[in-house]
Design a protein around this ligand. Structure first.
Ligand code: VG1
Ligand code: CO
Length: 540
């Protein structure tokens, strides 16, 4: 077997976004595209010699090919070992766990998460550091800088490794260890949660539906829910991961998991419903007749996490991304915990978790997780809810009602305008940013602005700074709006408008409760004028 050094040239645009590098799959399949990025990654790590990495992905189209290329490149750099999930599969949280549990030098995750998969859809690659978490900005910036100056990449000339069976292979001196993608993760979940109580819940006749959306959580959810916890067979639907996610958008929200949503709102609804995304780090929680907004889910988990053995000693602190509602802050204030607000993206939680400042983190984008790994974790959130329901012996609706009575309620919604013209979206943001400082006191529709800022963040642990993380506008009376552009899309721009309003009345229709905030944003941002859109594409 021979290592070849291929001359190459920098390829523009290999800049990781909110969560790794995401592009159209065909872009990744262009000559040298993947190889350049992987070499830049190894260069940014000052080489791979003697190192051990984890490798796996969500099974989307090109996952298998990319995994073989990465193995050959790792071997060519002299890596000692790569631990690969069988079939080159690993959910993002399971990869995070393996990276930590095996004390590796990091891991490479192949996924574009909730983006659709297929030859004409999206692909992605992400590097996680030895703590198991997404590489911090300093590292992604270094990788991008390497992509702009590299002139060659090294790869081993070799046949494909058979990744379909558990076992080890030798690849020119590098060990390729193929592991069961589910086993270690399932064992971790069994340590963290009261499986006996959850088994008892299912034995008592409690029923749920879990929609794996033809994506990576199928095998994990089937094993844990149906085999370990005794949920009836058929509890997990769409359980076989497919390269194109069955032609769907593996995004667990009421729009893309519509059938599950309607099932839970219907006459024959089970007590509980949940879904996860392409790579298994997101979750949507539903009860019979009720949708739990992700921000509320985070707050409920914060208030009840002590019911799970993994957090029986209580939480140290909590963190949310800035656009996430402040519902979790209320719980933190009541319990005397520190509460942090970070920029969007899980990478900003890493230092807070590593330093022990927080035990629980969450984002409004259906992301919840804790200090057991360094990624958000979809199935973990589902098991946490089951643990809570098993101990409280209440319905989801009752848990939420009790929570709001105790802590108050923040009505919350996110409006996404997808695939809009990038120049128009940038112009909208620029215009609003330019007026931010003068906005206080401005009457905007039915509301009055009390303050506004371009969100910037200084990491309290390592001092790293991030600027331009979203335009945050506060209104008199406590309502808030945030506008930012997505950093995970592959086409045009996606404008996200986050709306929040605390309100004493607990049973309003969220859309009605938020109408004044929608009108205020319309008065301030001229979304229709800049984007030509009069209504959002997705409302969560
Ligand atoms: C989105 C979400 C963000 C999340 C990110 C990655 O980013 O808003 O909260 O961390 O996706 O999630 P953006 O930049 O498009 O708003 V995943 O499950 O796609 O890895
Ligand atoms: Co994801």
């Amino acid at each position: 077997l021979r290592v070849t050094t291929h001359p190459t040239r920098p390829i523009a645009g290999q800049k990781p976004g909110t969560s790794g590098l995401r592009k159209k799959t065909r872009v990744f399949m262009e000559p040298h595209y993947l190889e350049n990025f992987v070499q830049a990654l190894f260069n940014a790590l000052h080489g791979a010699e003697g190192k051990t990495f984890v490798l796996g992905g969500d099974g989307r189209y090109f996952n298998d090919r990319a995994a073989q290329v990465i193995l050959r490149m790792a071997a060519a750099q002299g890596a000692e070992r790569v631990i690969v999930g069988q079939g080159a599969l690993l959910s993002t949280p399971a990869a995070s766990h393996l990276i930590r549990a095996r004390r590796t030098d990091g891991g490479i995750i192949l996924s574009a998460s909730h983006n659709p998969g297929g030859a004409d859809e999206d692909f992605g690659i992400k590097f996680n550091t030895p703590n198991g978490g997404p590489a911090a900005e300093a590292i992604t910036t270094a990788i991008h800088a390497e992509t702009e100056r590299l002139s060659e990449y090294r790869i081993l000339e070799a046949h494909d490794i058979d990744l379909s069976h558990i076992g080890t292979h030798d690849l020119a001196g590098m060990v390729v260890e193929v592991v069961d993608p589910v086993a270690d993760y399932a064992a971790l979940m069994e340590e963290l949660f009261d499986f006996d109580a959850i088994r008892g819940l299912f034995r008592s006749g409690f029923r749920m539906k879990f929609d794996a959306m033809h994506a990576i959580t199928g095998p994990y959810a089937a094993h844990i829910l149906e085999h370990m916890l005794g949920a009836p067979m058929g509890t997990v639907v769409n359980a076989t991961p497919q390269p194109d996610f069955g032609g769907h958008h593996p995004d667990p929200n009421p729009t893309h998991a519509r059938l599950l949503y309607e099932h839970l709102m219907g006459d024959h609804a089970p007590e509980f419903g949940a879904a996860s995304d392409g790579d298994g780090d997101r979750n949507m929680i539903l009860g019979r007749g009720i949708y739990v907004s992700p921000s509320d889910s985070l707050a409920v988990i914060a208030a009840n996490a002590h019911l799970a053995p993994g957090w029986s000693g209580g939480l140290r602190g909590v963190a949310r991304s800035m656009p996430t509602s402040r519902a979790v802050d209320r719980v933190a204030a009541a319990r005397g915990w520190d509460a942090y607000a970070t920029p969007t993206g899980w990478k900003f939680f890493g230092s807070l978790l590593d330093s022990g400042r927080v035990s629980l983190c969450g984002e409004e984008s259906f992301g919840t997780g804790a200090d057991h790994v360094r990624e958000k974790d979809g199935l973990w959130a589902v098991l946490m809810w089951l643990n809570i329901l098993a101990h409280r012996r209440q319905s989801v609706a009752e848990v939420l009602a009790d929570h709001w009575r105790e802590y108050g309620r923040d009505y919350y919604s996110r409006h996404d305008y997808e695939g809009v013209d990038a120049a128009g979206a940038a112009a909208l943001m620029d215009a609003l940013r330019g007026r931010l400082d003068a906005l206080a006191g401005t009457v905007a529709g039915p509301l009055t602005v009390s303050g506004a800022r371009d969100f910037a963040y200084t990491d309290p642990v390592d001092g790293a700074t991030a600027t331009g993380q979203g335009l945050e506008i506060d209104f008199e009376g406590g309502a808030r709006a945030v506008l930012r552009l997505s950093g995970t899309g592959t086409e045009g721009a996606t404008l996200r408008v986050y709306l929040e309003r605390p309100e004493a009345a607990l049973d309003l229709d969220p859309a009605r409760a938020l109408e004044p905030v929608v009108q205020a944003v319309a008065a301030l941002a001229d979304i229709a004028g800049h984007t030509g859109r009069t209504a959002p594409d997705v409302v969560t």
